[in-house]
Design a protein around this ligand. Sequence first.
Ligand code: F6P
Length: 343
Amino acid sequence: MKKIGILTGGGDCPGLNPVIRAVVRKGLVEGYEILGIKNGWKGLIENNTMPLSLDSVSGILPKGGTILGTSRTNPYKKSGELEKTKENFKKLGLHALIAVGGEDTLGAAAKLVKDGIPNIVGVPKTIDNDLSCTDYTFGFDTALNTAMDCIDRLHTTAESHHRIIVVEVMGRHAGWIAVEAGVAGGADVILIPEIPADIDEVCAILKNRHRRGKTFSIVVVAEGTQLKAKDLVTQEERLDEFGHVRLGGIGEILAGEIEKRTGFETRVSVLGHIQRGGSPTAFDRILGTRFGVKAIELVKDNKFGRMVALTGNKIIDVPLEEAVRALKTVDMELYEIAKVFFG
Ligand code: F6P
């Protein structure tokens, strides 16, 4: 019986459990043994695993997070960990590995394919929806709906209290959540990492809105948004233990500047990890399920170094390397549509 390992790495998101369930269900049908590797690449480095059976995936479809646990560990970051990863892959007797993750996890997977573990298949996950070669990553739809719901809720307070509310959403390099939740939630201004924000322009839009009798506004800002150089405020850049910039703070800065420059009472709401939690939407459950089944099919067909992907409504596979080469940023045609509703 060939053994297949599965790991989930990077930020957790709704839809991971449906993928694990689908890999186990389809894998068992195809006669494979499935081994869960705990906490992403960390589990392979530390040889920390759990067997996965029909029983272990029963009832997990509607649950957020991942039963395998996750981490931001990347085997290429610390010396010695790459060797450990390769060593343990062999020790565990794995025929193949299914790596479920975003740019960082799949970036490591793409390198490992060349560096000694060729039998890897990738599955694209991230609420940020910023992986290339796939129309959607699972997790995004749930986060988007959560953010939209929060915007709806914040609207009532903004309107009743005649306030401006700045809603900071996730989105490190790409503003997909901001632009789509902003359009769906009727935001009056949407700021994304792809376009440096001009606070004067934002204030002009808000003042104009007030002039036409609207005493409240919703400004949606993605956490990775930068300010134009002429704006004399800076963002603090903290690093987490894996060297990633820890974002958050742009909403606060923006709210302060808007209040100072317009005189309108302005509050901020940072949605943060709320967007990563909760039960996956039907879209994410179905996408995760289709991705998981396809991942096993790729293993069966010996199509390694590939990532499952969605194009239109078809599940396809693409070279892993190509998928992690560049991030998929917001479609500017979509942003132009969003701008029609500014102010
Ligand atoms: O990668 C998904 C994501 O949620 C980003 O939107 C965000 O910048 C980051 O993870 C936050 O990561 P952490 O939970 O490790 O702080």
